[in-house]
Design a protein around this ligand. Sequence first.
Ligand code: NAP
Length: 320
Amino acid sequence: MKAVVYDRYGPPDVLRIEEVERPVPEDDQVLVRIHATTVNRTDCGFRRADPFFCRAFTGLRRPRRRILGMELAGEVEAVGSAVTEFEVGDQVFGVKGAGAHAEFACIRESAGLAHKPTAMTFEEAAAVCDGASIAMACIARADLREGRTILIYGASGSIGTAAVQLAKSFGAHVTAVCDTKHVELVASLGADEVVDYLEEDFTKNGKTYDVIFDAVGKHSFRRCRRSLRPGGTYYETDLGFMWHVPLLALLTRMVGEKKVTLPTPKYSKQDVLFLKELIDAGKYRAVIDRSYPLEQVVEATRYVETGQKTGNVVLVVSGG
Ligand SMILES: NC(=O)c1ccc[n+]([C@@H]2O[C@H](COP(=O)([O-])OP(=O)(O)OC[C@H]3O[C@@H](n4cnc5c(N)ncnc54)[C@H](OP(=O)(O)O)[C@@H]3O)[C@@H](O)[C@H]2O)c1
């Protein structure tokens, strides 16, 4: 099968298309013929080995797994003998650790895989799970419900667009922060208020929130602290300069009434099924910026690494 492979850590140019062996599903696995996948910031982090410690999981000197790609949407091509939930021909979507930048990938039945929402195209379904799983790691812990308020900074990215919709689905009052060109999009995702950061600094307008979620790793607890209500929590997606965020998370657990948290996503089947429910109910959609053919993975990756994409970047797998 055709796949995007890489044999050393480095810039997007280390990626290339190669013919590799098609994977064979184990007893509890499903083989998916992939129609669409995405390039996301986690793929980029693994490829660059940034942060350095991720080599502990991906291979110290060179990548252990040659194929990147976490999100996928496609059709079931074959199933292992113990699989009961899926059948050959089922349309599915989901998220896995790696291996989706290819025409086929195996994924455990118990992993983050579900039947594709019928109203979605493969391209849309491929772009659902990564940003939403990371956003869920925050939203599910933040006790969001009617009467609670959340401010989402970086609301136009993959995690941000997911966070706005998920926070609304939990009933919270959502204030989203983005630049002028994204105001309309973010409002269309259900935000109750949208702050254009080119026009207004939310940390200086006197308003306070139960939760502040920096979905793009560009703000700081220090600057946001006064915008948090007593007992409020600041959620961060990035380790921050000199990895200060985990340290702050530890410190604020012991001292002070305002907390910092760095949530880690679970990429669970439970989350994927929850997202499917929201999609079927018309409460969630994937925001797609651009689609590229799989063969243009290097261009797609360069674009993702500008840090300026809106929502998600999809790779269309034509042979898939
Ligand atoms: N915790 C984890 O497991 C994990 C995993 C993957 C990624 N991450 C981190 O999560 C963060 C977000 O990832 P993502 O994929 O959602 O990002 P993304 O899609 O690349 O975010 C792009 C968006 O960020 C906005 N943006 C760029 N600079 C900004 C700034 N200074 N202030 C406010 N908004 C800004 C841009 O919109 P505007 O034009 O509106 O500014 C753009 O639409 C990244 O820092 C990434 O490293 C964490």
